[in-house]
Design a protein around this ligand. Structure first.
Ligand SMILES: [Mg+2]
Length: 246
């Protein structure tokens, strides 16, 4: 019997991109206030600095990656000594602007009547700082107590420990085909892919269901739940379809 639904945070529940952009705009404004040398630095430069450092730091905490990116940006204008204050400006603005997508709170209110709800993220979007205070029975954050990021099986094992149920009772919902779908399925959980933008799945990735909005989740989860109660030989085989018809 399925009992628990666990949500990825960034780009699943939380509209992160405008918040990050807002944080970078605030940083750029302060850089230009501090020195005329920053006039030649653009928002695109700050965005590219994240991309430049991410590869070497992919497994590091997000805040650490952001600080490395900001250090690179500040060096463009000779502001290397201002990292702590500019990082504080970035994170204050980023968290002030990070809010759930419009479909999130209504969906959680409906789902809570039937399911235990969890929150599980690789990033630093603390639920209480992003408009989601008190929405979840449990929260799991990578890097706490040395927990590796998704798609590591250890991450999903920690999710099931926090939920207090075996993986076969847990449905994970997320936007990233590898981290959220493949990782969850390999750990024995069910996986629903949230495709808000009409993206294509990489070859070989077959979610147990796909939704384009969280408003579809109650019906999709009810369908999956019925399937989970069937003997294995009667369940839909992985690869048969990527969507549940409801
Ligand atoms: Mg995500």
């Amino acid at each position: 019997m399925l009992s628990t639904v666990v949500f990825d945070a960034d780009e699943t529940l939380l509209d992160l991109r405008p918040a990050v952009t807002g944080g970078l705009v605030a940083v750029l404004g302060e850089m230009r206030r501090l020195t005329p040398a920053a006039v030649g630095v653009s928002l695109a430069d700050l965005e590219s600095d994240w991309d430049a450092v991410f590869g070497d730091l992919a497994s590091a905490p997000v805040a650490e990656i952001r600080r490395a990116a900001l250090a690179r940006s500040l060096a463009r204008a000779g502001l290397g000594g201002h990292l702590d204050e500019l990082a504080a400006i970035f994170f204050a603005r980023r968290f002030a602007l990070t809010r759930p997508y419009p479909d999130v709170l209504p969906a959680l209110a409906v789902l809570r009547e039937r399911w235990a709800l969890g929150f599980a993220t690789n990033g630093n979007s603390r639920a209480e700082r992003c408009g989601l205070t008190g929405e979840f029975a449990f929260e799991v954050y990578a890097h706490e107590n040395g927990l590796p990021k998704k798609p590591a099986p250890e991450f999903y094992a920690a999710v099931c420990v926090a939920a207090g149920v075996p993986p076969t009772q847990v449905v994970h919902v997320g936007d990233n085909p590898v981290f959220d779908v493949v990782g969850a399925q390999r750990a024995g959980l069910w996986a629903v892919w949230l495709d808000r933008r009409g993206d294509r799945l990489p070859a070989g990735v077959v979610p147990d269901a796909t939704v384009s909005s969280l408003a579809e989740l109650p019906a999709v989860l009810a369908s999956l739940s019925g399937e989970a109660d069937l003997p294995p030989q009667f369940r839909r085989q992985s690869g048969e379809t990527s969507c549940v018809d409801v």
